[in-house]
Design a protein around this ligand. Structure first.
Ligand code: SF4
Ligand code: SF4
Length: 414
């Protein structure tokens, strides 16, 4: 069991919990404001079908990396839940932070639960305004992961925000406002799917708050642990799925017992029945840890193997192919080059026949193509080939300045 309390001066977890909550909240609020290599630190750019991910620009065709990353996150989340229980809910989740904030404002305005029936119209209106502001902030913060914050505010003020963004902003603001005004902790106990999932994951190795039966005789039945519980739980009755591992009951008990020069009764321990840290060595936890490790290796390998540039080619639908003066076939193509590296680079496109490797002539600006890190460039060009009897298979090669073949794409000339 984890013992950190001492008689006289109890060690409290609340300051650490608040630091964690504010750390995560600030991180979520600030991430969209940071830029790396000229792009957002983390943002989904829907018009360009790209994801800016900590200095990398991932195009839609690379979404398998996002899928792998999501799988890793899911496994990591399951493993964390299996070991640390609902520690996410109590210590990190923005929903809990919002609920705490809402309750804090209500208390500051003299609108604690027991006072709610009193006539305090000004305070009640002020509280609704605070809820609305928080709801708008959360909603705008979500949109900043799609539209750069400065761009968002500029468009909002000038009325140029896309109607889909406006609808999202209003809908999310409404949902968060209703959550703050009506639902709050009910979300954690009744609605949140993660909370439901946790009940299936909690086992003999999960970190829980526990009052060991051998300590029960020291309980003075003061009820502090129950009064501070945001979920309305009596931890003395044993493990309950609604518990979000926040540790408020532990702090309350430590403070009460410190006055009697005794350590608190409630402790963090592994196992729903208080088995202790040895319970961590079980097959379920070990298998999930192994799966998470394998996924980390797969993701590192996938990122490492990723080519530094990509080339996509398609026959132009707007320009008709034709036979030119010398009897050759001119075929119009569109090409998209993506610089996936973190530096500016220069590229050129070459073409050859697939069967014999003979070089083919390209007309158009396909040399010295300068692309910034993460930039995606579209170019149009004409490929000159012999007129094929049936069809001619060709290859387009994307080369860099040191003549490395970075990407090869095939096409047929008919
Ligand atoms: S029982 Fe304790 S740890 Fe669980 S939610 Fe209530 S106060 Fe938080
Ligand atoms: S705070 Fe501690 S002493 Fe008081 S009722 Fe809860 S467990 Fe018992």
């Amino acid at each position: 069991m984890i013992e950190t309390s001492c008689p006289g001066r109890p060690t409290l977890l609340s300051p650490w919990r608040r630091r964690c909550q504010w750390g995560v909240t600030l991180l979520l609020l600030l991430i969209p404001w940071f830029r790396v290599n000229g792009n957002s630190l983390l943002r989904i750019d829907i018009p360009n079908l790209s994801l800016y991910f900590f200095g990398q620009t991932l195009r839609i065709e690379e979404l398998y990396l996002i899928l792998l990353f999501s799988l890793l996150l899911t496994l990591g989340f399951l493993l964390t839940t299996m070991i640390l229980g609902r520690v996410w809910c109590g210590w990190l989740c923005p929903q809990t932070t919002l609920s705490d904030l809402a309750e804090w404002f209500a208390t500051r305005l003299g609108l604690q639960k027991k006072n709610l029936l009193k006539e305090q119209p000004i305070q009640k209106i002020a509280l609704q305004i605070v809820y609305l502001f928080l709801a708008f902030l959360v909603s705008a913060n979500l949109l900043w992961y799609f539209i750069e914050p400065w761009d968002f505010f500029a468009k909002l003020v000038t009325g140029q925000l896309h109607y889909a963004s406006c609808i999202s902003l209003l809908l999310v603001t409404l949902v968060i406002y209703l959550d703050l005004a009506l639902i709050r902790r009910l979300m954690c106990s009744d609605f949140c799917p993660y909370g439901r999932l946790q009940t299936t994951l909690a086992d003999q190795a999960t970190l829980t708050l526990h009052l060991p039966p051998v300590e029960l005789h020291r309980c003075i039945k003061c009820g502090s642990c129950v009064r501070v519980c945001p979920m309305g739980i009596d931890i003395r009755s044993g493990y309950q799925i609604e518990c979000i591992n926040c540790g408020r009951c532990l702090d309350a008990c430590r403070q009460v017992m410190a006055k009697r020069n005794q350590p608190g009764l409630i402790k963090y321990t592994f196992g729903t029945a208080g088995e202790g840290h040895r319970a961590l060595l079980n097959l379920r936890t070990l298998l999930l840890s192994l799966a998470t490790l394998v996924m980390i290796v797969v993701l590192i390998f996938a990122v490492y193997q990723r080519p530094s540039a990509s080339l996509k080619i398609s026959v132009s639908h707007t320009a008709a192919n034709r036979i030119i003066k010398d009897g050759s076939r001119a075929t119009f193509f569109n090409a998209w080059i993506n610089n996936r590296s973190t530096q500016k680079a220069s590229y050129r496109i070459e073409a050859r026949q697939t069967d014999n490797g003979n070089p083919l002539v390209i007309k158009g600006q396909t040399k010295e193509l300068q692309l910034e890190a993460g930039e995606n460039l579209r170019i149009d060009f004409v490929l000159v080939t012999p007129v094929p009897k049936d069809k001619l298979e060709v290859e387009f090669i994307l080369m860099n300045q040191t003549d490395d073949e970075l990407a090869i794409t095939g096409a047929y000339i008919k």
